[in-house]
Structures are given as structure tokens and as C-alpha cells.
Ligand binder design. Structure first.
Ligand code: MRU
Length: 355
């Protein structure tokens, strides 16, 4: 399989962020170079780069790009610019907490080089962005290792949206569990929900699984119930955009419905996500901000009008699945089971695994 790099930094501190334009997949494999912070913001907003961990990594590199214009300025101006670009990038999408987590990390990295040359700040920020990127690779592998044992040989596994390599540094979260189980010799059959309205399941997950030689069947979102009833699915695995302290999970719209269907058919529903996706400041999922997107994504999917002119549209990009619907949450530190506030607090306070 061709090695696919979702995003990468090209060059040194004067370089740029290169990413796969995911809006063009699977028809076209095209990469774009983001040389301004505005282009990074646009790439996140328009879902050229998407998926919670990948958004965080892109934003971290976006800070590096944004600081390039202040290279020759005095220190106060450079630090003011840092505040400006982090605030600006934080306005690109509201739900995936990895975005805010990564931007916070970038801001925390800067004071160490106060009083030093301008290039020191640029180098410090690039080093931090690279570290966030590199850590995510290891985290994905650890999630795969921990989760692989939850899937058994011969099972049918349903996934929703795309929580694969395209959504992370390279191996995915939900798909990492599937990849790792497959690499350990288990034969799995994956069902990919197409994931209306933007079809991340059809365009990205189906493509990614096919590229990696995993047996995959694409279904419309509305088919999941019937496919479960037919006995074709023994486990569901999805990713997450934000997990509250009690284990409520925000993920792509439709995930909640899939979780309810899984419960109705006694099928375990697993969520796979890095610890950077937890937001312990929120006691429950009620406080998770849900992104509302352009109605045209529903009325004019992929350029073709499919609804009457002037129709009212509601287009939340995410929903919240209550913790009590989950069999387990898989993170890089292990398996959180049962999904309770206490167990989450316990696992998140464990020392970080080496990767
Ligand atoms: O709108 P998107 O495509 O960014 O939504 C992505 C998802 O909902 C993913 O499941 C989630 O970010 C986890 S990615 C590892």
C-alpha cells in the first residue's frame, strides 16, 4: 500500500504545512501547501484536514506558519502574534477538543524562550508541533494494541465516520483497533456507514480500509439497523471528538443512533480516542459545544441540489452518546471499562505509556 501521510511539515522553520486535501478523496489524491495561518484555518474549517487528532496537529503547525510573519518583530510583538494566531485557529471548529488542547500546548511551550532570539521561538514552536505529531503516531499504535483484543476472529465490525489514519498522524483510533486486530491474524469484516452529509465513511474510511487490504462493505447510514438485525455485526467501534468527565462522547452526527441500535441488538459499542480528546472540565456531555454547519452540505451535497429551494435545514455536525451506552473506551493508557467518572479519572491519572 502507498504510504499515506495525512499531514506533514515541509522544510525547516521557514517551511510550510503540507496536507492531503480530504475533500477531494477518493476521486483525487491531492496535497496542498498551507503557507499562511489563514490557509490552515480554511483547511480545518472546510474539512480538508479533519478528525480530532489531525485537527490538533494541523493547528499546532498552523501556529508555526502564523509566527513566520512576526520573525523580524520585537519580542512583545512576537508574543502578541502568538496569542493572535492561537485565538484565530481556535475559532475554526468548536467541537474537537484536541484543537484547543494542541493550541494550549503550543502557548505553554513559548515562555521557555522569552528573552532569546526570534529564531529560538520559531524553533521551539516547531519542535513542540513535531512532538505533538510524533506522539500521536505512538498513541494510535498504543490504542490499537490495547483495543485489538476486544475484537474476535470472524467478527463483523461497524464503524461510523472516519477515525482512521486520515484523522490522525497515521494509524487512526477506531481503525487502529481494527488494523491491529487484523495484523494479529484475525479476519474481520468491516461495515462502513457512509456518514451523511459529508460522507467521511464512504469517501475516507472505505478508501482507507481498501488501501490497507481490509475486507470492507459500504452501507448507507439508514441500513445499520437492518444489518445488525441480520446478525452481520458483532462489535461497533468509533472515534470521538470530545469526551466529558463522566464518559459522554461527542462524535460525528449519527453516532448516538448507532449506539442505540447496538444496545437494542446487544452488540458492544466501543469508542477509541487519545487522552487528549478528554475534556475533564466538562462534567457531562451537555456542555460540549456542537458545531452547526452550512445547510448547503445537506441541500447541495457535492454540488448537486437535492432539496427544494428555501427549505429549513438543521445541520449539527456531531451528537453526544451517553456514557451508559458504551461497553468501553480505549485510549493509549488502556481500556476504560466500565465507562464511569471514577474509572476515567483513574486511567487518566496513570503514568503515560512510553508508546
Ligand atoms: O467532521 P469530522 O470529519 O472532523 O468528524 C470526525 C469524527 O467525528 C471522528 O470520528 C473523530 O474526530 C475521531 S477521529 C480519530
Amino acid at each position: 500500500m502507498k504510504h499515506v501521510e495525512t499531514l506533514r511539515w515541509v522544510g525547516d522553520v521557514d517551511g510550510c504545512l503540507r496536507l492531503i486535501d480530504q475533500t477531494r478523496l477518493p476521486v483525487e489524491f491531492a496535497e496542498i501547501d498551507c503557507r499562511t495561518v489563514e490557509s490552515v484555518w480554511e483547511a480545518i474549517k472546510m474539512l480538508r484536514v479533519r478528525g480530532a487528532p489531525a485537527i490538533g496537529i494541523a493547528a499546532a503547525y498552523g501556529v508555526c506558519v502564523g509566527l513566520q510573519t512576526a520573525r523580524d518583530a520585537d519580542e512583545a510583538t512576537r508574543f502578541a502574534r502568538l496569542d493572535e494566531v492561537t485565538e484565530y485557529l481556535a475559532s475554526s471548529r468548536p467541537t474537537a477538543v484536541n484543537l484547543f488542547w494542541a493550541l494550549e500546548r503550543m502557548k505553554r511551550a513559548a515562555p521557555a524562550v522569552r528573552g532569546q532570539a526570534s529564531t529560538d521561538l520559531a524553533e521551539r514552536l516547531l519542535a513542540e508541533a513535531r512532538a505533538i505529531h510524533e506522539e500521536d503516531r505512538k498513541i494510535c499504535r498504543a490504542i490499537g494494541r490495547h483495543g485489538a483484543g476486544l475484537l474476535a476472529d470472524g467478527q463483523g465490525v461497524l464503524t461510523h465516520c472516519n477515525a482512521g489514519g486520515l484523522a490522525t498522524a497515521d494509524y487512526g483510533t477506531a481503525l487502529a483497533v481494527i488494523f491491529a486486530a487484523a495484523e494479529s491474524g484475525k479476519n474481520l469484516h468491516v461495515f462502513a456507514d457512509e456518514t451523511r452529509p459529508l460522507l467521511q465513511g464512504a469517501r475516507l474510511t472505505a478508501w482507507e480500509l481498501q488501501q490497507r487490504g481490509i475486507d470492507v462493505t459500504l452501507i448507507c447510514d439508514s441500513m445499520a439497523a437492518a444489518v445488525m438485525r441480520e446478525g452481520r455485526i458483532q462489535a461497533v467501534v468509533t472515534g470521538a471528538d470530545r469526551i466529558a468527565a463522566n464518559g459522554d462522547v461527542a462524535n460525528k452526527i449519527g453516532t448516538y443512533g448507532v449506539a442505540l441500535l447496538a444496545a437494542a441488538h446487544q452488540i458492544p459499542f466501543y469508542v477509541a480516542a487519545p487522552t487528549s480528546t478528554f475534556d475533564l472540565s466538562l462534567p457531562s456531555g451537555e456542555g460540549i459545544p456542537i458545531e452547526q454547519r452550512d445547510p448547503r452540505e445537506i441541500t447541495h451535497g457535492f454540488g448537486c441540489r437535492t432539496a427544494p429551494e428555501g427549505i429549513h435545514v438543521y445541520n449539527p455536525a456531531f451528537d453526544v452518546t451517553p456514557a451508559d451506552r458504551m461497553a468501553a473506551i480505549i485510549c493509549e493508557r488502556g481500556i476504560i471499562q466500565p465507562v464511569t467518572r471514577e474509572r476515567i479519572a483513574q486511567v487518566l491519572s496513570m503514568p503515560q505509556e512510553g508508546g
